[in-house]
Design a protein around this ligand. Structure first.
Ligand code: B12
Length: 327
């Protein structure tokens, strides 16, 4: 078996694997200069040149890992918030990293593994490895996995034969379902603006009043544009029966100790954002629903802690609940 054959044989029903060369991504330099992307490496040279991260890089091996989930448990009458599927359960960074390390060992290659941690633009890496295209929602789309997958890659010194270009599918054509479904209007025919993306807002440190309405009951991330995408209808979905994983309990989150937060949230993809921001979103979610005395009671109880960061959100939420009465 050649190294390439070994690499491809590692693919399974919920992964895709491709190979590309590790030359610089000059084609995106101007785009990167023209936008200010949050949460990423600011040195654009590092974002486009794999060799500034791993000087021996000759090839890139990219992997997509499917992660869609559906709820098959029982609902209850507790106050709960919504989560994006990628933030449920064990953090995908850990799972995907482990798979790529296993692949490295199996194919007996040297290299560095990255899952959201490297300076490169992961979607461009995926595209370079001939695994997918940009969908209108801004997400990468792949024939087998749809759009609900995470991207990880290995920078290796091996000179590998790149994956052949696959059939050139025009995925989105005149479909506009993601554009129509996005309540904040951040997806447009001419591109995607992260500043209004609900996913971004749930991660942003401070939210103005308009933004508080916009995140509705989301605790972290947003899947609306992907949930309506026809290519995601038939992809594998992990069945989740534990309601606390799918719809986190707000009272538990609001009153958990730092230790409990470490135990439950730190091992998920939302944990890095910290307890305060997630509690802030939980408070906003209590206000963005029909009037509930239980919601008001929870907010009043939280107010007693005199938390400086949360205080303005608590005041706003109380006002909104009381004013609304009826949603
Ligand atoms: C910052 C970031 C965010 C920010 C900003 C998103 C953004 N689009 O920039 C926020 C917090 C909003 C975000 C949200 C999400 N993210 Co994010 N995010 C990142 C991160 C860390 C950097 C992205 C980046 O560099 N953006 C910079 C710009 C230049 O990239 P871009 O928007 O993709 O722009 C390109 C397009 O304009 C493109 N382009 C070219 N031709 C075309 C054609 C069309 C039609 C379009 C639309 C674009 C396009 O050219 C640009 C250059 O590549 C990456 C990990 C990484 N290190 O790359 C993950 C990453 C992009 N995120 C990911 C995920 C899963 C998400 C969410 C689905 C999470 C969620 N459920 O909430 C949402 C999806 C939102 C969306 N519709 O894009 C995955 C994407 C996987 C996939 N299948 O595409 C990544 C790759 C993480 C990973 N390793 O798996 N994310």
């Amino acid at each position: 078996m050649t190294i390439e054959e070994k690499i491809y044989s590692f693919e399974n029903e919920n992964t895709v694997i491709g190979i590309g060369d590790a030359s610089p991504f000059y084609e995106i330099e101007e785009i990167l200069k023209s936008i200010d992307t949050p949460f990423v490496e600011k040195d654009i040279k590092k974002r486009i040149d794999p060799r500034l991260t791993y000087e021996n890089a000759n090839s890139i091996i990219a992997m997509g890992l499917s992660y869609d989930k559906i709820f098959v448990g029982q609902n209850d009458n507790r106050l709960r918030a919504s989560l994006s599927v990628g933030a449920m359960g064990l953090d995908y960074h850990i799972i995907l990293r482990q798979k790529l390390e296993e692949l490295k060992a199996y194919a007996k290659i040297e290299g560095l593994v990255f899952v959201d941690t490297g300076p490169l633009v992961d979607r461009e890496v995926f595209k370079r490895c001939n695994l997918g295209k940009f969908a209108k929602s801004g997400n990468m789309i792949n024939k087998k996995l749809g759009t609900i997958f995470f991207i990880g890659y290995i920078l290796t010194n091996e000179r590998l034969e790149p994956t052949k270009k696959q059939e050139d599918i025009d995925y989105c054509k005149d479909c506009n379902m993601c554009i129509k479904a996005c309540p904040s209007g951040c997806i447009r025919e001419d591109g995607y603006d992260y500043k209004n993306c609900i996913s971004y807002l749930t991660q942003k440190k401070e939210l103005d009043e308009k933004e508080r309405y916009m995140i509705k009951r989301q605790l972290y991330g947003c899947d609306i544009c992907q949930k309506v995408c026809p290519y995601n209808k038939k992809v594998l979905k992990e069945e989740i029966s534990d309601i606390d994983i799918f719809y986190p309990d707000i009272e538990t989150l609001l009153f958990m100790s730092n230790k409990e937060f470490e135990k439950t949230y730190k091992k998920t993809a939302s944990g890095w954002r910290g307890k305060k921001v997630l509690q802030r979103n939980a408070i906003i979610s209590l206000a963005n629903r029909p009037y509930s005395k239980e919601a008001l009671d929870l907010i009043n109880k939280k107010e007693k802690e005199n938390n400086e960061y949360l205080s303005q959100y608590i005041a706003w939420a109380k006002k909104r609940i009381q004013q609304n009465g009826i949603f």
